[in-house]
Design a protein around this ligand. Structure first.
Ligand code: UTP
Ligand code: MG
Length: 590
């Protein structure tokens, strides 16, 4: 996905930092430039002691050899000072740039991920997304931290050394320097073959992360089924796949440095022999010969490190492909601009109009379903498990999209609504409650972040939560643990109800919200809910019929269709599905 190679895509992403990149690149190049000066200084110094009054410096006007040496020393100080200065600047610039880019990239990617629809998440594993947001972005950070500088400095070295060689002796340059661009090009091609291997490494890392994440979050299930050995084996298989993927990459990448060294050896020997011969013949100055020999030394080290740098580069590219692919994945959930005012939302019914829906690769769940939830009224929804009750809620929140037909609210299909308007109009107590690992107070406040402590406590009282919270040693400050596992199922539900109550939205949806509390608490909750749902559109989904008994209307959903529809008493006297369920639950059935 996306256009062009990963490097171009990354550059595109970094466009806003163009100026910093240029400045950092400038400092890298100049640091290298001054770093390459000492061999020249050595050459000049040798020149002074060998040729004395006929040295190169003497030709510039400094005749006295002693003056020449002093001048050289001053020059050395200057050059080393400049080198250090530029080193400091490129260090600060590149490293801060790496930090800025990783920070922005992580935020952008997370922001993008948060906007994705539920189908996007269904297609992916949480652990893999986590690996992208963490490891892959860090990989990029490592490359920007030093890789970019390394590449620039190697290039500068080759160009400067090449120029010096050409100036001193084109014959030696022919043997020593000309092959270098070829070597660099060859090594880049060589490292290119690493790209697919590193892509595999990153993929393997993502898969392993996903499994680890699953195992850790389901640890109590793993342990209760004594499946530890089994899980260990599964982790072993994936960890082994990761190791194998890395081995494939290492096999290639480890051979690189020795190969480069051998290639450079040719140039080094050529300089030694050819340059030495010219010097013995008298066609090359001793000073010039020294410059050449020291310069080839300068080439050796950065070029052998090129392997490491290209390696870092290829890893970074494999990672940025993953990150940028997430950023490039389109947000399929399109939203409109419609944003009715609160009064309109409160006084409009919600209707499913000729709606057909099915999950991917599944039998259709709803076929031409039409159903209206009247405003200000409480509608109970009952039906056997798997009938599609929760799916109905998902359609209302646009966590799922119908294949045909619409959900309309305020006479507008909800696709034309601003997503924020729609979702902030719905307070949902989900069938699967998610609490965040913070205090009870903060979990309830999630419903309305601006709420005062008093408002939070009031909501908790309505949700019958205040009493149990008061009995906890840390009270409102009790930490609920990951997913809220430190609370009982019924306590969790009441915290979730309080959170929804606090949100105070025009539509309240309770999906099996009281399934885990005892009968007495449920009866108390029932009264509270009746109070807060007065004049508010409310949908109550429940298996326990006593929960929906007092609803203004009860809908029986079976096989994606509304089979019965009416008040409790009417449905009981109808003698159909509902009546049967009721008699079973009240014990009158047999
Ligand atoms: P629901 O989750 O809507 O059923 O799934 P329900 O009525 O609320 O059931 P209970 O009472 O909570 O148990 C309806 C159907 O859709 C499938 C389910 O397998 C079920 O058959 N489904 C649900 C999917 O295929 N994919 C999903 O992501 C969710
Ligand atoms: Mg359900």
């Amino acid at each position: 996905m996306g256009e062009g190679g990963p490097f171009r895509r990354l550059l595109n992403y970094m466009k806003p930092h163009r100026r910093t990149v240029r400045l950092a690149a400038f400092c890298s190049v100049f640091n290298k430039f001054w770093d390459l000066a000492p061999p020249l200084l050595i050459g000049l110094a040798v020149d002074v002691v060998v040729l004395r009054e006929e040295s190169t410096l003497a030709n510039v006007g400094l005749v006295d050899p002693w003056h020449q040496l002093v001048a050289l020393s001053v020059l050395t100080f200057l050059i080393w000072g400049l080198e250090s200065l530029f080193e400091y600047f490129y260090g600060v610039l590149w490293r801060n740039l790496a930090q800025t880019v990783q920070h922005e990239l992580r935020l952008d990617t997370f922001d993008h991920v948060q906007q994705q629809g539920m189908t996007w998440f269904d297609e992916r594993q949480k652990g893999d997304i986590l690996a992208i947001l963490n490891d892959d972005i860090n990989q990029l950070e490592r490359f920007l931290d030093k890789g970019a500088n390394d590449l620039l400095q190697v290039s500068t070295t080759v160009i400067v050394v090449g120029a010096v060689f050409l100036l001193i002796s084109w014959q030696v340059a022919l043997f020593a320097v000309l092959p270098i661009p070829l070597i660099v090009w060859g090594s880049f091609r060589y490292q290119r073959s690493l790209e697919p291997r590193y892509a595999k490494v990153r993929q393997a890392a993502g898969q392993m992360n996903a499994l680890l994440e699953n195992d850790l979050s389901g640890m109590s299930t793993v342990q209760s089924f004594t499946a530890e050995a089994n899980e260990l084996r599964r982790v072993e298989v994936l960890s082994d796949a990761y190791r194998e993927a890395n081995r494939e990459a290492i096999r290639l990448s480890a051979a690189f440095t020795p190969l480069i060294r051998m290639a450079i050896l040719v140039g080094f020997t050529a300089t030694l022999l050819l340059g030495g011969w010219f010097t013995l013949e008298g066609t090359m100055a001793v000073g010039a010969y020294s410059v050449l020999v020291f310069m080839t030394q300068r080439l050796l080290w950065p070029l052998t490190r090129l392997g490491e740098t290209f390696d870092l580069y290829q890893r970074a590219m494999a990672s940025s492909t993953r990150v940028l692919d997430v950023l490039a994945s389109p947000i399929e959930l399109q939203q409109g601009e419609y944003s009715p005012d609160l009064e309109t939302r409160k006084t409009s019914s919600i209707a499913l109009e000729d709606l057909s829906f099915g999950y991917p690769d599944r039998e259709p769940l709803f076929n031409h379903l039409s159903l209206t939830f009247e405003h200000g009224k409480t509608t109970g929804v009952v039906g056997s498990t798997g009938a599609g009750k929760t799916s109905l809620v998902r359609l209302l929140l646009r966590f799922a999209e119908p294949q045909q037909g619409h959900v309309t609210w305020c006479d507008q299909p909800i696709e034309t609504w601003k997503l924020h308007s729609l979702r902030s109009s719905i307070a949902l107590v989900d069938q699967h409650i998610t609490l965040f690992p913070t205090t009870i107070l903060e979990n309830i406040r999630y419903g309305r972040p601006a709420a005062t402590d008093e408002e939070v406590i009031e909501a908790a009282e309505i949700a019958e939560a205040a009493a149990f919270v008061a009995n906890l040693p840390s009270g409102w400050e009790t930490l609920v643990g990951e997913g809220g596992h430190r609370l009982s199922g019924g306590q969790r539900q009441r915290v979730a109800i309080a959170r929804a109550v606090l949100k105070d939205a025009p539509l309240l949806i309770l999906d099996e919200a009281t399934s885990a509390v005892d009968n007495e608490t449920e009866a108390a909750l029932q009264r509270s809910i009746e109070r807060i749902s007065r004049g508010r559109t409310t949908i109550v989904i429940a298996h326990r019929l006593s929960t929906v008994r007092n609803a203004d209307r009860i809908v029986v959903l079976e096989e994606g269709e509304v089979m019965e529809d009416g008040r409790h008493d009417d449905l009981v006297s109808l003698g159909g599905i509902y009546a049967r369920l009721w008699s079973v639950q009240t014990g009158e059935g047999r």
